[in-house]
Design a protein around this ligand. Structure first.
Ligand code: G3P
Length: 217
């Protein structure tokens, strides 16, 4: 299973990368806007820190505009994956870009049939948003199960990239379901380490060691 970080914050990306388990990065216009930085400079920095797929999203909503922005983003670096919204114009552009050998991450997926059409059009990744479905009282993880089944049934190469992850349980369920990638916000990465028994266990080991009066090195 691949771990991406869902962030445009360079400090978060650096810290996650230093753990040695980071395979890629996803960004979106909202995350980029929060940073208040020049998008191109930010992408260059991210590309220096992480040697893996970096999703950069278009903001055009018509086929020609998406093609123009998508080609420009892809030309920056071979690791750039062009992120395109799941709308009819996006699917038309996806067909062209994938024929040109450009990798596309199709975003804002909320249904199995949306995922099916994206795979048929040649998406490298599909990004179903689990947290936003949970927000409206639909079980987001049910969608992951459906997409994994559909893609397995027809041996699609499109990778299932679980997005809008809000907590470690989403990650555990995604792994159980066999999702290819999880894009994890920094706040959730830090929560993975939090367990009261880990904290109290470590505290006990350290106080016992101190009492023993021994030196390790
Ligand atoms: O990058 C897309 C997705 O992960 C956004 O997550 O938390 O804004 O629903 P969220």
């Amino acid at each position: 299973m691949k771990f991406f970080i869902d962030s445009a914050n360079i400090d978060e990306i650096r810290d996650a990368a230093s753990m040695g388990v980071l395979d890629g990065v996803t960004t979106n216009p909202s995350l980029v806007s929060k940073e208040g930085r020049n998008y191109r400079e930010l992408l260059d920095e991210i590309l220096e820190v992480v040697d893996g797929p970096i999703s950069a999203e278009v903001v055009a909503t018509d086929k020609e505009g998406i093609l123009k922005e998508g080609r420009a983003l892809a030309a920056i670096h071979e690791n750039i994956v062009v992120k395109i919204p799941l709308i009819p114009e996006g699917i038309k552009a996806l067909n062209v870009l994938s024929d040109e050998g450009i990798k596309v991450n199709v975003t804002l997926c909320f249904s199995p049939t949306q995922a099916l059409i994206a795979a048929k059009a040649g998406a490298a990744y599909i990004s179903p948003f689990v947290g936003r479905l949970d927000d409206i009282s639909h079980d987001g993880m049910d969608l992951i199960e459906q997409i994994v089944t559909i893609y397995d049934n027809y041996a699609f190469d499109t990778e299932v990239l679980v997005a809008s992850i809000r907590h470690p349980l989403h990650l555990a369920q995604a792994a159980e379901m066999g999702a290819d990638v999880a894009t994890i916000p920094y706040s959730t990465i830090t929560k993975i380490f939090k367990h009261p028994l880990t904290d109290s266990g470590l505290e006990r080991f350290l106080s016992d060691w101190k009492e023993s009066g021994q030196q390790l090195i």
